[in-house]
Design a protein around this ligand. Structure first.
Ligand code: G3H
Length: 258
């Protein structure tokens, strides 16, 4: 029956949360690898969950980039900003990816979808440290970095290590290092192996994983069976209060492969 199906789903969500060592998992039907529409369902669940759990009042929401995050933006609704004054900020600068999936663009798209404000972080990270370091002293940049520091909400995705390394045109030496140490996951510019050990960290500005401990609302969004290993590896490092929004493709692979 439908009721049993729903209860079975709830049960899987509980088992997945326990296995990953986090408080909340939400699983939508399907597999994003098979149909990208599954991502839209995840986006709807993200929107509903944000509406249900975020407090009223003024909130800063720091967001990461990526194709998943860009897709989430399209599902957020103006209802999210009812009773709330939201400002979306990119959790970090540009990392040399397509404009549409950069954190700055995701923040702008989420602000547009929810009829809210956003800020832009004008710091390219795919340049030398000598180039971006002085930018960090700029008042406009300082202000946004301060907002990132004080964000109450973070929304991010989780990437496959080698897919991300390629997409960001990382050096052959770094890719070699990732392969050598069997990196499977990337989140916030940090690469992990299956055990959750840090293999490599892109020197960067903005939000870092330890910062998440001080942020009350953390949402990780990643789906598709191909992301199962990446999700599992990152979750060794995720704060307990993380909400994972995923799909059955990833969830079943994690649950059966455990
Ligand atoms: O850090 C993780 C990536 O931003 C995930 O990117 O959603 O395109 O797989 P993706």
């Amino acid at each position: 029956t439908l009721m049993n199906q729903l209860l079975g789903f709830k049960d899987d969500e509980k088992r997945l949360a326990a296995l990953l060592g986090i408080d909340h998992c939400l699983i939508v039907n399907g597999d994003a690898d098979q149909s990208s529409r599954v991502l839209d369902e995840m986006g709807k669940v993200l929107d509903q969950t944000l509406q249900a759990v975020l407090p009223a009042g003024r909130l800063t929401i720091a967001v990461m980039g990526g194709t998943t995050m860009a897709r989430m933006a399209a599902q957020l609704s103006y209802k999210l900003s009812s009773g709330r004054e939201l400002t979306f900020v990119p959790a970090r600068g540009g990392v040399g990816e397509r404009i549409a999936i950069q954190a700055n663009s995701v923040a702008a798209a989420m602000a547009e979808a929810t009829d809210s404000a956003h800020r832009v972080l004008y710091v390219p990270e795919n340049v030398s440290a000598q180039t971006y370091q002085p930018l960090l002293k700029e008042p406009a940049v300082q202000e946004v970095l301060q907002m990132i520091d004080n964000a109450q909400v973070v929304i991010h995705s989780i990437g496959d290590a080698l897919v991300m390394a390629k997409r960001r045109s990382m050096s052959p030496a770094t890719v070699h290092q990732l392969v050598e140490h069997q990196a499977v996951s990337e989140t916030f510019g940090t690469f992990f192996n299956q055990a959750g050990e840090v293999i490599y960290k892109i020197p960067r500005i903005g939000l870092q994983i330890p910062d998440l401990d001080h942020i009350p609302y953390v949402f990780a969004v990643a789906g598709g069976q191909s992301k199962a290993a990446a999700i599992r590896a990152y979750m060794h490092n995720a704060p307990h209060h993380t909400w994972l929004i995923t799909d059955a493709g990833a969830a079943n692979s994690i649950l059966t492969g455990a």
